[in-house]
Ligand binder design. Sequence first.
Ligand SMILES: [Zn+2]
Ligand SMILES: [Zn+2]
Length: 172
Amino acid sequence: MLTIPLIRLEHQGSLDIDAAVPADDPAWEGTDFHFSGSLLVSGQAFWIPSGDVLVRLRLRGVLLQECRRCLAPVDVQVDERMELFFRPANGSEELEGDSFRPLPHGAMEVDLLSAIREEFVLSVPMLVLCAPDCRGLCPRCGRNLNEERCVCSAEELDPRWDVLRALYKKRD
Ligand SMILES: [Zn+2]
Ligand SMILES: [Zn+2]
């Protein structure tokens, strides 16, 4: 259940949230998020007597990413805690700060998934490495340098050695 019925929330004061967002959920369309399995969303929504809604969530799942150096697939364990604040929007009145999300006037429910998606884009690291010392791909031949060596690097070194040799010669 990722929509919160506001009348029920006001009546009960709080509601438990427990949902699984499938990997192929339309919410992820247009993002770079590819999940392995569902994203598990659990937590609680609270009704604040002023009309605000506070939602505390824990998100767990596995994101499929690519190493930014060698492009190998990397499974990224996601375990994020998130707080979302919603406040009824009073016409043109501006909401203080960015921490509150506007609840449209007369809204009957809160759509959590679109808020989760927005927060996710900001909080999840998109630049990952398969290993801290990943050697990446050879810029010339494209070989994965973690798996094999290529001759390009040897060739590339040659001019640098020339420079060093020249320096040493000057010293002599
Ligand atoms: Zn890598
Ligand atoms: Zn190469």
